[in-house]
Design a binder for this molecule. Sequence first.
Ligand code: MRU
Length: 365
Amino acid sequence: MKIDGIPYRSIWREASGEVRIIDQRWLPHELRIVPLRDRAEFASAIKDMWVRGAPLIGATAAYGMAVQMAADPTDDSLAQTWALLHATRPTAINLRWALDDMRSHLTPLPAALRAAAAFRRADAIAEEDVAINRRIGEHGLEIIRKISARKGRVNILTHCNAGWPATVDWGTATSPIYHAVEAGIDLHVFVDETRPRNQGAQLTAWELKGHGVSHELIVDNAGGHLMQHGEVDMVIVGTDRTTANGDVCNKIGTYLKALAARANGVPFYVALPSPTIDWTVRDGLSEIPIEERSAREVTHVQGRDDQGHIVTVQIAPDGTRARNPAFDVTPGHLITGLITERGICAATLAGLAAMFPDRSITRLG
Ligand code: MRU
């Protein structure tokens, strides 16, 4: 997608081979591009959210493994790097998916061939993400088209950032939106601010503005009110991990949006790239590890002051204790459909199994 008319991806390799990212901690106020040079920097970039969003976390881990293979292609180095990167964030399954994929490609190879193979494979993972998201957009477009044929302007609510900065390109939840805008469909997006890290305010609003998509930022608690008043035609969100039976783990607050959507008869869709399916897990509530982040993310907020400086301010009394679960689980029965790269399916075991008969479903009994 473009920034000021120039095409960007969220992660890429320069001709020199150097891996670069957009350091998302400073958006929307500053566009900072930084290189990631060693595995420690890759680990920090994921853990401290210089990059974030399940698909991008996966692609970044793949490149981290490749950079490390160029420095030290031994078996020990491979195992240590897998463990280091895997420990960065616990919830998005794309991280483990990408690391396992890299390990299975590299392990059989002699050490001397590993670096080149690792970069080829990381490039392929990144390209595959772009292709998957493009297809999600094409399938999601058809849902938006049908609503538009019925009522004209389509109002879409989204939560967190499941846009192109959360992926290598296109985004998941935003891909149908970009495809619909391209197809000339009149639409408007309600962007949840997404406390505590404000991914909606800082990233989704920024990217929609950049592409001229009509949108308004709303506080997280406004969605139910808008749905009660018929102002939302559909919800589309992303996912960090979807179980084999269709439970969706996504940014904290997604569950409340799904409840409000069900109570008000608003269709609730999840844009789901297949690497985000965890086929080993059936019960999202008991089996998905939910990341607990620092209390400081709740008691403090970052923004730009009137002098243009990016500052962090405290919003709670000194010493306030805070909880910060970063994700929640929306049970499949609250979900209207999963928009995958192969088409739209029910958020059920049967729905996913029919869509992906070739993928291994383990531990199902
Ligand atoms: O904590 P984050 O910013 O990494 O969480 C991101 C989300 O929850 C996204 O909605 C999810 O990864 C889907 S990304 C296409």
